[in-house]
Design a protein around this ligand. Structure first.
Ligand SMILES: [Zn+2]
Length: 99
């Protein structure tokens, strides 16, 4: 699937948690920090960033950096949804279109 097809017929990658000391299911490397996805895969934040389409809000590109994805995964894992906003996280921040 190319990038345009992905955008027209999106498959979402949803961040559901954070894990330490993982084997990334994208690149196969052993990583200290892992992002758990709704489809059951665990991948590194750097790989996650490469796997998803850029996001825009009011015409501006939303930051999608590995450190932000790692933070989102930690918030999802350790903070109750009622308090996500304190960390700048909302449901939309957990959801990305897979390329
Ligand atoms: Zn990886």
């Amino acid at each position: 699937m190319n990038a345009l097809e992905s955008l027209l017929n999106p498959n979402y990658l949803i961040i559901t948690g954070y894990e330490q000391e993982v084997h990334c299911e994208h690149c196969g490397r052993h990583l200290k920090h892992g992002v758990r996805l709704a489809d059951g895969r665990v991948v590194g934040a750097d790989c996650f960033v490469k796997m998803v389409a850029p996001k825009y809000y009011k015409g501006k590109k939303v930051r999608t950096t590995a450190s932000w994805i790692r933070d989102v995964a930690k918030v999802v894992q350790f903070v109750s949804p009622d308090n996500w906003a304190r960390y700048g996280v909302n449901e939309d921040a957990t959801k990305y279109i897979e390329l």
